[in-house]
Write a protein that binds this ligand. Structure first.
Ligand SMILES: Nc1ncnc2c1ncn2[C@@H]1O[C@H](COP(=O)(O)OP(=O)(O)OP(=O)(O)O)[C@@H](O)[C@H]1O
Ligand SMILES: [Mg+2]
Length: 385
């Protein structure tokens, strides 16, 4: 979720935001790029049914309110304390701009806190009290994820709001984030195979396509490798709706909003004007595709100058078959055909078109990725799909 200000000189993607610095974050530090034009989004709009997933009938609340979300459990702080052994350090799964994420245990049926190691494992995100804008993001997460349901969106089980304590309880995603797999050079983690990269790309693309085709066209706004979580079978689920926005309505092409997101992933038109299009998400998706193809971070200040911004550096290579081979992650050498790689390069290039209108829709992206996946599958397997 969240984004914060902080030290800029790191090799990880930098959030663009107006949120003050939170100490101790893993991948979150940012510069205040720009401030803001008030959002023209309707604050109160109704969601309705959408294909391949469901959108509850709840309303987006005026600022400062939590929606009625009948499918979410309201946890007491005491319950979550028990579930995490009093937020013991050995239960920490990770840390982001919002705060720490703890592993916890709940009874599968009642969602009552369970003894460590029994029942169902969950991930519990606890807001860092120093986070100034955290409340808005927390609220946005509850309101969006409480209303949306799809196999490629992480499931929010419930929340806790007690005094200053704000927490979110999610399904546990055993393989953690895509970022961990792509960039953390842990010898105990096998490099992601080409097939798994494609599987993850397809899952995440389906999640975005679902958001974009829902009645209100939800724009996710913070698509990046750290926000794609993986289940035990590398099924991808999008997490962190803290920055999500309802899309344009009444024939408008975009919403105008404060510029927030992550350096290296945010679309150029959005950074330049604050105009946020549904297709701004497609750009972010293109950046993640490029990260998966190359195994390199969107931004890395440790790379030589001219190579620090992955898109600027690699874009010219994507349309040239021979050059393309030289930039694909060596860890997946021999796992893909040149036809599949070339089509993946072309698709990435389309997603990164400077003009949002020239980018494909996420539905088209899903179809293209499925075709690429089919290229290297033996015929027999294709027929079973
Ligand atoms: N549902 C989950 N299941 C398992 N691990 C999780 C879950 N949610 C988060 N994590 C772990 O906690 C880490 C921190 O997540 P968090 O979303 O707070 O920060 P982030 O995604 O790294 O950065 P940002 O603040 O920009 O979102 C993740 O990298 C992941 O390893
Ligand atoms: Mg996150």
């Amino acid at each position: 979720m969240g984004l914060c200000w902080g030290s800029p000189a790191r090799d990880e993607p930098q959030p663009i935001t107006t949120r003050p610095f939170n100490s101790g974050t893993s991948s979150n530090y940012s510069k205040n790029l720009e401030s803001s034009v008030a959002s023209s989004n309707a604050e109160k709009s109704q969601f309705s049914e959408a294909a391949n997933g469901s959108v509850g009938g709840s309303y987006f609340s005026p600022k400062g309110q939590i929606l009625e979300t009948p499918n979410l459990k309201v946890f007491s702080f005491g319950d979550l304390k028990i579930a995490t052994k009093n937020f013991k350090s050995d239960t920490v799964l990770g840390e982001g701009g919002f705060g720490k994420v703890f592993k916890g245990w709940l009874d599968e049926k009642t969602l009552a806190p369970a003894k460590a190691g029994t029942g169902m494992m969950v991930a519990i995100k606890k807001l860092n009290p120093e986070s100034v804008q955290g409340f808005q993001e927390w609220q946005s997460e509850v309101n969006f994820l409480g209303s949306l349901s799809h196999p490629n969106l992480v499931k929010l089980l419930g929340y806790c709001w007690e005094d200053k304590e704000l927490l979110l309880v999610y399904e546990f995603m055993p393989k953690g984030s895509l970022e961990n797999h792509l960039f953390r050079r842990n010898p105990n983690i096998e490099p992601l195979s080409w097939d798994n990269r494609l599987k993850i790309a397809i899952g995440a693309a389906r999640g975005l396509a679902f958001l974009h085709t829902s009645d209100k066209k939800v724009i996710y706004r913070d698509f990046k490798a750290s926000n794609i979580l993986l289940d035990g079978n590398y099924n991808a689920k999008i997490s962190d709706f803290g920055l999500a926005k309802l899309g344009p309505s009444g024939g408008d092409s975009h919403v105008t909003t404060r510029i927030m997101g992550t350096y290296g992933y945010a679309a150029p038109e959005y950074i330049a004007t604050g105009h946020l299009y549904v297709k701004s998400d497609v750009y972010g998706f293109g950046v993640v595709l490029l990260e998966m193809l190359t195994g390199l971070r969107a931004l890395d200040t440790k790379r030589p100058s001219g190579q620090q911004n992955l898109v600027e550096w690699i874009k010219p290579y994507l349309s040239r078959k021979k050059k393309l081979k030289t930039i694909i992650d060596v860890r997946i050498e021999g796992q893909y055909s040149s036809k599949a790689a070339s089509q993946a390069g072309q698709l990435t290039l389309k997603c990164l078109e400077p003009d949002p209108r020239s980018r494909p829709s996420m539905k088209d992206v899903v179809e293209s990725l499925e075709k690429i996946e089919a290229i290297d599958k033996p015929k027999g397997i294709q027929n079973q799909l």
